[in-house]
Write a protein that binds this ligand. Structure first.
Ligand code: X90
Length: 277
């Protein structure tokens, strides 16, 4: 029997799955005083509190090739899913790790660029588990998961884009607009895996209604929805209720974001992954 493993970076917020062969390669959040490794041991809410009063420089770093090789471990077949290559070097270092790993001709690695992060990666990981459990061949899983990925998407609601702007992931002009109290942005992961701002909303309630309308426009039906939040379970539950009221068979799951997504989504932020079918 070949050992099949699912490997992700910590931007997926997934620390463990039902399937036994799984590993997460942590990203890091670095300030001039402290360094946070995004793994199961980290107290994310303590980090978020610390960052909310920290005024200095901060940045993040993705897993390097060695980190990925460690995560692949001794598996024969690896399905490796990364944060979008549009915003991070994680996908690139995973591809280098794949080339090294496959110098052994018995090993196979399929690297998936999520073109997204967090909850959309969560849905892709769940689907991989399903395909592996049903005993599909490696090539079939590669094909099917690529198809599945075309039918998932990610929206977000953010109250601050300070950390995104400071790290060059969105424009500083946008950061200033959002800095105005009470303004939330609603946006989505673009087709090339970058942030696309769609609306600037006054107040969280309006932002939740808006993201629901956008989800519907993009094909939300009775499929799966995954909501990740940074210390904002109330907003996550409000969105869940809106969805379930109209789509009785939708399966909506809520979880707390881990460190990397919390750092960029910031306190109050929501990320929403969904199936378009
Ligand atoms: O390599 C690194 O250091 C990681 C850089 C990650 C940068 C962006 C993370 C965004 C997290 C913010 C809203 C959702 C955006 C989705 C766009 C594809 C969450």
């Amino acid at each position: 029997m070949r050992k099949i493993k699912i490997v992700t970076d910590s931007s997926s917020d997934v620390l463990s799955v039902g399937y036994e062969h799984f590993a997460s390669a942590p990203l890091k959040i670095i300030t001039s005083e402290r360094e946070f490794t995004d793994n199961a041991e980290l107290d994310v809410s303590e980090m978020v509190s610390y960052l909310s009063s920290y005024k200095g420089k901060s940045q993040t770093s993705c897993p390097n090739t060695n980190d990925w090789l460690t995560a692949f471990g001794d598996a024969d077949d690896v399905f490796c899913i990364t944060i979008t290559s549009g915003l991070s070097g994680s996908y690139n270092s995973a591809c280098v790790a794949k080339r090294i790993y496959e110098e052994n001709p018995d090993k196979r690695v399929f690297v998936i660029d999520s073109l997204s992060t967090g909850p959309e990666m969560y849905l892709i990981i769940e689907k991989l588990e399903e395909y592996i459990a049903s005993g599909l061949a490696f090539e079939e899983i590669c094909e099917k998961i690529s198809e599945y990925q075309k039918n998932t998407g990610l929206f977000f609601v953010l109250k601050s884009v300070r950390n995104l702007a400071n790290n060059g992931r969105v424009s500083s002009i946008l950061a200033k607009i959002i800095g105005i109290a009470g303004i939330c942005i609603v946006g989505k992961a673009s087709d090339v895996g970058t942030l696309e701002t769609i609306h600037k909303c006054r107040g969280e309630a309006k932002a939740i209604e808006t993201v629901f309308a956008e989800l519907e426009k993009s094909g939300l039906k009775d499929g799966k929805v995954s909501i990740g939040h940074c210390q904002n379970e109330t907003a996550a539950n409000n969105l869940k209720s809106l969805i379930e009221k109209k789509y009785k068979n939708a399966r909506v799951e809520i979880h707390s974001l881990r460190a990397l997504c919390s750092f960029y989504a910031e306190r109050g932020g929501l990320l929403v992954g969904f199936e378009k079918i």
